[in-house]
Design a protein around this ligand. Structure first.
Ligand code: DSN
Length: 415
């Protein structure tokens, strides 16, 4: 941390130090989190935060854009190269505004949108009822099958033919398996819908060749930049040329004002990192680690939604372990294993106290942990859950010591 923060605001500096210590001494298993590089951190904390630049490169409403235009163009060009897209917009503040811009680009209020229901693994902004996208639009939601945890495409097709959505989302936040973009394309074509792939969770896997790309199948790709892609907190929209103008004017001036230029610069750095050959190794290791962790959890008697994983994410149904997700997550946090409680498909419990636990491997893979460490994590999780059920805080403290010792041998990048 910079000496300037320490001398100007010691109170805040202390909090930053404590958070660095927390991240260093624990293992981040939340699948949407990651540890960015020192270069991404530095770009995020740069003088670019001082600049307003509403508009797009060459078409701004403020002067002094000589360098900002070059930075944004660099980020856009790198996004196009990495994902093989015609057009990229790097200005959305995060995933939810990015998705809202898509509605603004293609729908009128009251039009029909179809997405995966939130408790089934979708996202709030894919039309869930408490979100603006479920309130201002007519939303129909597809589900996964109770037995398999997978989408039945014939049922999605029937729903689409009945409801005739103008826009269909595929992708989500708790999907442990490969997404069949071709199947969604064929349904979208049958009903004449715009197809959007929300790849926020899997963007880094796609960039690194560890998950198929949606680019040749969909009209628009939406992604955050801070999950498997390992950039700053931000988002991008990517599209075919024919949709470029609509997307750009929906983001600005439709929804947002000035872009966060420091974030744009950090996105450019992250995209540069993702274009390096080593990022392919990283993406494949994320998946190898998730599979190793899933295998250990299965061996420890955990019930995994869909029976395992193809990607970075594992969704555990704790019903058979006789502990709710929230109690398990809180106990594991005490043990230095940071996860999040999550609904599972057809969850009989409430969203704020659901049956599931969601974990993932992007952050621990960044730190350099491999399959042997995944097996250790799986066993610690099992012991942690048993300790939680027995209200054995001493055992949770012992696990925390063991986790901390391991974490100490895998320093955070950028720390
Ligand atoms: N909050 C993100 C996640 O954790 O998956 C989705 O918006």
């Amino acid at each position: 941390m910079s000496a300037d923060v320490r001398s100007t605001d010691p109170e805040l500096a202390e909090l930053l130090d404590l958070e660095l210590k927390r991240q260093s001494q624990t293992l981040a298993l939340i699948p949407s989190e990651n540890h960015v590089s020192a270069a991404v951190l530095a770009a995020s904390g740069s003088v670019l935060t001082n600049k307003y630049s509403e508009g797009y490169a060459g078409r701004r409403y403020y002067e002094g854009q000589q360098i900002i235009d070059r930075i944004e163009t660099l980020a856009v060009d790198r996004a196009k190269a990495l994902f093989g897209v015609d057009h990229a917009n790097v200005q959305p503040y995060s995933g939810s505004p990015a998705n809202l811009a898509i509605y603004l680009a293609f729908l009128e209020p009251g039009d029909t949108v179809m997405g995966m229901a939130l408790p089934m693994g979708g996202h709030l902004t894919h039309g869930w009822n408490v979100s603006i996208t479920g309130k201002f639009f007519r939303s129909v939601q597809y589900v996964v099958e109770r037995e398999t945890g997978l989408v039945d495409f014939e049922k999605v097709r029937e729903l689409a033919l009945k409801e005739r959505p103008k826009l269909i989302f595929c992708g989500g936040t708790a999907i442990p398996r490969t997404i069949d973009f071709a199947a969604f394309r064929s349904i979208a074509d049958e009903v004449g819908a715009i197809l959007v792939a929300d790849i926020a969770h899997i963007a880094g896997l796609i960039a690194g060749g560890a998950h198929p790309s949606p680019v040749s199948y969909v009209d628009v790709v939406s992604t955050t930049t801070h999950k498997t892609l390992r950039g700053p907190r931000g988002a991008m929209l990517m599209a075919k040329t024919e949709h470029a103008r609509k997307i750009d004017s929906a983001v600005f001036p439709g929804l947002q004002g000035g872009p966060h230029n420091h974030t744009t610069a950090a996105i450019a750095v992250a995209l540069h990192e993702a274009l390096q050959p080593s990022f392919k190794d990283y993406a494949h290791q994320i998946v190898a680690n998730a599979k190793a962790l899933a295998d250990t959890l299965l061996a420890e008697g955990f019930d995994l939604v869909t029976g395992g994983t193809d990607n970075h994410l594992i969704l555990i149904d704790l019903t058979n372990k006789e502990i709710p997700g929230k109690a398990a997550a809180k106990a594991l946090d005490k043990a230095g294993l940071v996860a999040n409680y999550n609904t599972v498909p057809y969850d009989p419990r409430r969203p704020f106290d659901p049956s599931g636990l969601r974990i993932g491997t992007p952050a621990v893979t960044t730190r350099g942990l491999r399959e042997p460490e995944m097996r250790m994590i799986g066993r610690w999780m099992s012991q942690g859950v048993e300790a939680a059920k027995a209200r054995d805080d001493t055992r949770l403290g012992q696990i925390r010591d063991e986790v901390q010792e391991l974490a100490g041998t895998f320093p955070l990048p950028g720390a």
